[in-house]
Ligand binder design. Sequence first.
Ligand SMILES: Nc1ncnc2c1ncn2[C@@H]1O[C@H](COP(=O)(O)OS(=O)(=O)O)[C@@H](OP(=O)(O)O)[C@H]1O
Ligand SMILES: [Mg+2]
Ligand SMILES: [Mg+2]
Ligand SMILES: [Mg+2]
Length: 334
Amino acid sequence: MSHATYSREREVATEAVLRASKLCTRVFQNLVSASTIEKKDKSPVTIADYGAQAVVNSILHAAFPEDPIVGEEDSVELRENEATLNKVVELANSVVNQPLTSSEVLQAIDLGTYAGGKKGRFWTLDPIDGTKGFLRGEQFAVCLALIVDGQVQLGVMGCPNLPIQLSKPDGERGCLLTAVRNGGAYQRSFAPTSTDTQIHVSSTATTADTQFCESVEAGHSSQGDAADIASKLGITKPSVRMDSQCKYAVIARGDAGIYLRLPVSATYEEKIWDHAGGALLVHEAGGKVCDAKGNPLDFSVGRTLKNNKGVIATNGKLHDAVMDAVGQVLASKI
Ligand SMILES: Nc1ncnc2c1ncn2[C@@H]1O[C@H](COP(=O)(O)OS(=O)(=O)O)[C@@H](OP(=O)(O)O)[C@H]1O
Ligand SMILES: [Mg+2]
Ligand SMILES: [Mg+2]
Ligand SMILES: [Mg+2]
């Protein structure tokens, strides 16, 4: 069966994510210092969040003026703070070809207010996913996905601090991951000459040989339950802890077998921009993604995954065993 290749969308999304990733790295190098970390000053990530959303949205809008965008950020607070706005404009203009005025930056950010839904096509953007990882100099990602009639068709993720090979943490860092539905999942480095290499999930079929990849934030996944699930699966290795959708990248590349994000509260609704691109990457690399009850993630119901609780991604071969253990441990809770 033929399928859409979304080649123009892929090209534009790649350009947008690479430029926004460059902006984030620049912000980290220029604005994050020992003193901002010590004071728990979140202003650098705020500036990078706004700047990255302005850059991606303006590039998308120039290429696809009809496409709505579901973006994490809006300009309400930025409009109240002129000094921050000036920094955001300067940074955005350091990575785009056509300089933007402050009012164009604000407008670009606010292109992201779309409500989502099941009809037609729209983009979803997390300008920085893993804000805490960004501030620590660890993992974060610029995450962009295209959703058409409720289904993710294209995902592009920039991971500036992710080693090309997880086993070589001192080697080259900066990964651009791309997936197109029915077209596979790919990785390249940030180097302009780099080309895509297809990636695949790990082939292990033995749960005891693998380990979980989980959030750094204990509050984003139920820890006692994770330990019970690990023990049912015979997993003894400690979890790989990492911020952001880089967790999906790690599963898609075969560095770990299972991403566990167990429901933490009855009220928290996962956001579509935290999962859309990553979930397609794992699917296209040969893995499986569902919620804690085994239901597919439903990206057609607005800005959140309100029909789902938790997220579980595996290499596919481990999926049934993992879902069995999750079902037993969470039986009375979900
Ligand atoms: N209570 C709760 N439960 C689950 N998820 C939450 C919760 N609160 C926030 N978030 C979202 O988590 C996003 C970051 O997820 P991570 O898995 O990377 O967490 S962490 O980085 O380890 O903290 C983070 O994305 P960013 O804001 O883009 O960083 C949030 O959208
Ligand atoms: Mg996020
Ligand atoms: Mg974010
Ligand atoms: Mg946030």
